[in-house]
Write a protein that binds this ligand. Sequence first.
Ligand code: UDP
Ligand code: MG
Length: 331
Amino acid sequence: MKNILYVVIPCYREQEVLPETARRLADKMRSLIVSGRISDKSRVVFVNDGSTDGTWAEIERLHQENPLFSGINLTRNRGHQNALLAGLMTVKDMADMVISMDADLQDDINAMDEMVDKYLEGCDIVYGVRSKRTTDSFFKRFTAEAFYRLMNFLGANVIFNHADYRLMSRRALEGLAEFKEVNLFLRGLVPMVGYRSDTVFYERSERFAGESKYPLKKMLAFAFEGITSLSVKPIRIITCLGMGVFLVSLVMLLYFLILFAAGKTVQGWSTIVISVWAIGGLQLLAIGVIGEYIGKVYLETKHRPRYRVEQFLHTPEGDSDDREGEECAPR
Ligand code: UDP
Ligand code: MG
């Protein structure tokens, strides 16, 4: 049977939202199956990203109750991007198309219909794009928009207002699997895979329950990760800055020579002190940015695993009545 859809959802401490997310997704999947757009072998896969609460127990319960739900348990918390990749890579050989979304129901699941339709029309990647951000707080909206602008300015081309809500076909996922980098920034990598793509607009609502796992500190780290993973423009900006500062110092030298020749001694040490501090600061900044890139090279050369799956609870597509499922328990 064709058109098997897998929905991959990374979950970190989401025990409050999971039951509702599961209920709504079960309805949505049923309606997609009934309308004949996806196969009845389709699945919803929750990836537990080393949660410290009852998230995994909840996923196990959902799997027991309904073979539609599968679960992947990671050995520890690896962050949203790695958890998502773990899910995508685990299911890529079982599905024809995979939709990734967050556990908190902020992404409108009704956009899934349109995503599947675009896939059926021949698209390999369908990006979910937020049409408005009215439900986010002013602060979140402002920082998020500044983030996209800064990213694009610094040479990391990401799709405006697209997070990780998207559909990818199996061959697009195979393309993504070729990217071996440890410093993961999926929304920057997916457009690099290529293939025919399209966008679907939806309105983002408020978090259904629980709280955001992306406080400002994590958002800044994420923005930094995105920029340094996708572009070397910051290094180039530093080079230009260095040249600019050097030119200014040449002009200053000339100016002071003229003053000296005219017999006017330069007075005031403040100018000197300020410039020493300014240049010192710029140099430290420049070294810091270069250091960041060297740090990345260091991490990449280690080829460390990006995630490790401890357990995969899954009812194989062949017999959806088999409630036992396929379990890979750790030994
Ligand atoms: N998440 C994760 N690992 C983490 C942090 C978050 O898997 O270390 C998941 C989380 O469960 C959710 C998604 O990533 O499904 C997005 O997180 P959240 O909704 O907290 O971020 P926000 O929407 O506020 O940016
Ligand atoms: Mg969220």
